[in-house]
Design a protein around this ligand. Structure first.
Ligand code: SF4
Length: 182
């Protein structure tokens, strides 16, 4: 059954990627891996299904490469969270090896949606608008709406199903490093 949910999650990711590509094309934007890119941003992930799917992808990597990534995750975790650090440092994600994501097909939502101007519509609130990364110079182009709302809704629904099936409860807030370590 989890396989079924993983397939559904892949479908959601696919539509996300298409929406992102369409918006990026409108802005004539290409991510060139600058300092503002997702791999050096401190992101927390909030769903058990994304963690399970990421680890499912990680399991498919060669043991020696996995070992190195785990070691980088340890360094990342220590430098970011230990000794009272405020987690404000920009550090490379432990799954980025020589500029490439080791689990690209299994990467989480925020890695997919990062970078472009976007909006989020919460019931009863003024729509939130995110400006996109600095490298895009998006203000020089006509605004193109990339609405994250339907994706967040679909992700919430699939997370509920996943929790029901696996018995997971409570909150999750983890970096990729934490996902690999704990
Ligand atoms: S999971 Fe992959 S795409 Fe996301 S930050 Fe890490 S290396 Fe980058």
């Amino acid at each position: 059954m989890t396989t079924e949910l993983f397939n559904l999650l892949s479908d959601i990711y696919f539509t996300m990627d298409k929406a992102w590509d369409a918006a990026a094309a409108r802005y004539n934007f290409r991510c060139e891996g600058c300092e503002d890119n997702c791999c050096t941003s401190l992101f927390f992930h909030h769903s058990f299904i994304e963690k399970a799917f990421l680890l499912h992808g990680f399991e498919q990597i060669a043991p020696a490469i996995k070992e190195k990534a785990i070691s980088r995750a340890g360094t990342y975790y220590t430098k970011t969270f230990a000794h009272g650090n405020t987690a404000s440092k920009k550090m490379m994600c432990p799954l980025n090896q020589e500029g490439k994501c080791l689990i690209y097909a299994h990467r989480p939502m925020i890695c997919r949606l990062h970078g472009l101007p976007h909006e989020l519509h919460k019931p009863g609130s003024v729509p939130f608008k995110g400006p996109g990364c600095h490298a895009g110079f998006f203000e020089a182009h006509p605004y193109f709406p990339l609405d994250r709302t339907p994706f967040y809704k679909k992700m919430a629904a699939i997370e509920i199903q996943f929790r029901r099936e696996t018995g997971k409860t409570g909150k999750i807030k983890e970096t990729v490093a934490q996902m690999l370590l704990f």
